[in-house]
Design a protein around this ligand. Structure first.
Ligand code: GLU
Length: 335
């Protein structure tokens, strides 16, 4: 048999095994359990997000050792990444400038405030508290290197393509809408400029921020991105490095303490995984050394996190013993 034939047979056997696995049955059950949930509201600050289907629901898990992908529901639906992008852009800024310089522009301290809070900058330094709140994410976007705006965007898209294994695209109508209505983010940028924390090219910086938020991903993409961070920065499906190994710990630490808006402390307590959510209904959660989880479900709770996304991650964390402080005796693997 040719090599291709062996590969095909291997793929087929893997698919049969995945299809029959108890973990897949469990994932299907989780999907059925949480699909009827009616809590939460789809983000409506721009009309494009308000049109999201509240019943769209996908759960994807990527196991880094077996490289198996488990999917149930709407795992190929495209939606805008929104704030999930912030964690990954933080990684790119670290690669561009190193930890010491990035720390002069943005801190690593949770705020306990809403993501778009305007008033809080750190006392002496005037740094935004962390790269996950809008102020910090805008300061981080300003650090992305490139000779002009298209070059910076190109680098951002190339970075995401390494994480997801395909060329990402931008939802032009979400981007235009964010740009047209983003007065609060513009005000935050002006405040940062006032304190000398941003250079004066605010339009260019905000454009990149609105573009990064408008990148389209699927639940499967979010699982592969999480699995890449779980795997030391190397995409486990493609073998391509997406983030320098030395910065994986920094990115995960900030996701751990600040990734779930002003629910981050309770999330840590209940789920215990570095994670990031976005108002498009996406959630990415990382079990270091083990697996990545991606969930898509647009209805959000009052903090801005996907209601079904939080519930599914809590259940998976308990089932598989994923909480970073869990005892090894409770650990199990999907399969
Ligand atoms: N583009 C959104 C904003 O800056 C991102 C919000 C989010 O996902 O938290 O307001």
């Amino acid at each position: 048999m040719s090599d291709r034939g062996n590969d095909d047979l291997g793929d087929l056997l893997r698919q049969v095994r995945v299809a029959a696995s108890p973990f897949r049955t469990r994932l299907n059950a989780l999907y059925e359990d949480y699909l009827p949930v009616r809590e939460g509201r789809v983000a409506d600050y721009i009309p494009e997000l308000a049109r999201a289907d509240p019943d769209a629901f996908g759960i994807a898990v990527v196991d880094i050792k077996s490289r198996e992908v488990f999917e149930v529901g709407s795992c190929s639906d495209l939606f805008t990444i929104q704030s999930v992008s912030k964690a990954f852009i933080h990684g790119l800024a670290l690669e561009d400038y190193g930890r010491d310089h990035v720390l002069t522009r943005v801190g690593v301290e949770p705020t306990g405030d809403a993501f778009n809070s305007m008033i809080k900058l750190e006392g002496q330094s005037h740094r935004p508290h962390n790269p996950m709140v809008n102020a910090g994410a805008i300061a981080t976007a300003a650090l992305i290197k490139g000779e002009d705006s298209p070059a910076k965007l190109k680098r951002v898209l190339e970075m995401f393509s390494r994480y997801i294994g395909r060329e990402p695209t931008i939802d032009a109508s979400v981007y235009t809408s964010e740009k047209t209505t983003g007065h609060r983010n513009r005000a935050i940028a002006h405040l940062l400029l006032n304190f000398g924390m941003l250079p004066p090219n605010l339009d260019e910086i905000l454009d990149l921020y609105f573009q990064q938020c408008s990148i389209m991903v699927t639940a499967k993409d979010l699982a592969v991105m999480a699995a890449t961070l779980a795997n030391g920065g190397v995409n486990p499906l493609s073998g391509e490095r997406a983030l320098a190994a030395e910065y994986v710990q920094d990115v995960l630490s900030v996701m751990f303490s600040c990734g779930m808006y002003d629910f981050s402390g309770e999330w840590l307590y209940r789920v215990g995984l570095p994670a990031k959510s976005g108002v498009g209904g996406g959630l990415t959660a990382v079990a270091p050394g083990r697996l990545g989880i991606g969930v898509f479900s647009p209805p959000l709770d009052e903090k801005g996190n996907s209601v079904r996304g939080v519930a599914v991650c809590e259940a998976l964390s308990q089932d598989l013993g994923l909480h970073v402080f869990s005892s090894p005796e409770t650990w199990s693997t999907p399969g």
